[in-house]
Design a protein around this ligand. Structure first.
Ligand code: HEC
Length: 195
């Protein structure tokens, strides 16, 4: 009888130690998520910008044997201001959407659009607030301001609108750390004005 009571107490003590151990472990993890540092935020933003494919349209390319690759010197600086839009056959546009070789300019039924400069230069996101960035991606508002036009295709803001506030903030924090590139992206061209 005594022996079984002893075993019971030992088991109870061990269980308590185990449960307490687990609790401490969970609390540690929670504290880390809440108090994540600016460095962690920027790292998360870099990850999201990369897997979100922002470079596809927003980065000018260099052309090598493997085809187009991101130009590290002009990464995320948008459609290069000195690259003119080639003339397009308007008949083709009845059934096609065309991208230029950099993927930074597109023509379609909406006219021509040019991917924006996302670097922290004044010609890019330099003067933007976090609120503007969130509004641009959530509501598709040009410059992230009320009373501006809707963003045009192919900017897939409708998909990015589903990201959490924390994720959007992380992307903005990262974009503020990349190399600023001076590049004034042209305004969109309406269909009748296309050459
Ligand atoms: C398929 C091409 C494409 C992809 C992918 C893309 N964008 Fe865009 N983005 C554009 C185009 C084109 C515009 C300009 C649209 C316009 O002028 O209406 C634009 C506009 C923007 C704007 C608004 C700039 C302004 O001045 O109002 C922001 C901010 C932006 N993109 C951020 C991003 C981010 C961040 C990602 C990745 C998570 C991304 N984009 C992915 C094509 C793209």
């Amino acid at each position: 009888m005594k022996k079984s009571l002893y075993s019971f107490l030992t088991l109870a003590a061990l269980t308590t130690i185990f449960i307490t151990g687990c609790k401490v472990e969970t609390e540690k993890k929670e504290t880390k998520t809440v108090a994540s540092s600016q460095e962690d935020l920027v790292k998360r933003g870099e990850y999201l910008v990369t897997v979100g494919g922002c470079d596809d349209c927003h980065s000018p390319k260099v052309f090598g044997p493997q085809g187009p690759a991101i130009d590290p010197e002009r990464r995320l600086s948008g459609h290069p201001e000195n690259v003119a839009l080639e003339s397009v056959d308007k008949n083709t546009l009845k059934s096609w959407v065309l991208f230029n070789a950099h993927n930074t300019a597109t023509v379609g039924p909406w006219g021509a659009t040019f991917a924006a400069n996302l670097t922290p230069d004044a010609t890019g996101l330099g003067t933007w607030t976090e609120e503007q960035f969130i509004k641009a991606l959530r509501e598709g508002k040009f410059k992230g301001l009320d009373n501006t036009r809707q963003l045009l295709p192919p900017m897939p803001w409708q998909s990015y609108a589903k990201m959490t506030d924390d994720d959007l903030k992380a992307m903005f924090a990262y974009l503020k750390t990349i190399k600023p590139v001076k590049n004034s992206v042209p305004a969109p061209i309406a269909p009748p004005d296309l050459k």
